[in-house]
Design a protein. Sequence first.
Length: 251
Amino acid sequence: MPGIATGSSGRSWNILCDFDGTVTQDDVVDGLLERFGQPGWQALEDDWRAELIGSRECMQRQVALLDVSAQELDDYIDAVQIDPDFPNFADAARSMGYRVSIISDGIDYAIHRILKRHRLSDLPVAANRLMPTTAPRRWRLTSPFEAAGCLSGTCKCARILKARSQPGERALLIGDGRSDFCASGAADFVFAKSRLIEHCRSEGAAHRPIAGFRAALELLPRLDSLAPADPIDDPIDSTHPLYSLANNDSR
């Protein structure tokens, strides 16, 4: 493993990538629910979109409504397509000495299986944990990366703060949806897709819009010059609604 790279600023980079809709071309959880979800999952989705419940409660209750065998689950996951440039991006970033990890409000089992298929099983993953129950075709979800005061299954702000916990460490977030809104304010720089672009613009978050990982790969060598000269020092306000509410459309 190469040493940790530092640019002209003498700082090192941790790259934290969202998964569903960012690494993958479609939302894995939405696809599972549409194919295997029992009645009631859409009502939970509507409550979450209306900000009546957080994503952790929504996901846990939705997963409890899945009616899918282990083989059906694997077959579905194995058909999920990723951005074809993501493996090259991950390899290039790590060859430069940058740390690359996945932070997702989605399902860890799907993420690990997809990464393994693309020979990226060594990437660290922070996501919700899918577990089988004793009942056939039934599953439950736990959230090992939740945080106090945050209603998301995976608190991306907390993961970014941890990545920036040492002097000189900087965090690049790559994301696309509302689960990345709060995290974009905690990161030093953002490669933004989809609706995250407009959020970064409206909130003044330092970012570059990208269509996918091909553009991210082209920007990577210039990361140190693109980012603000000084890292973010402001503490996260855990009472802010963007922090405490799971604001995502893709997980």
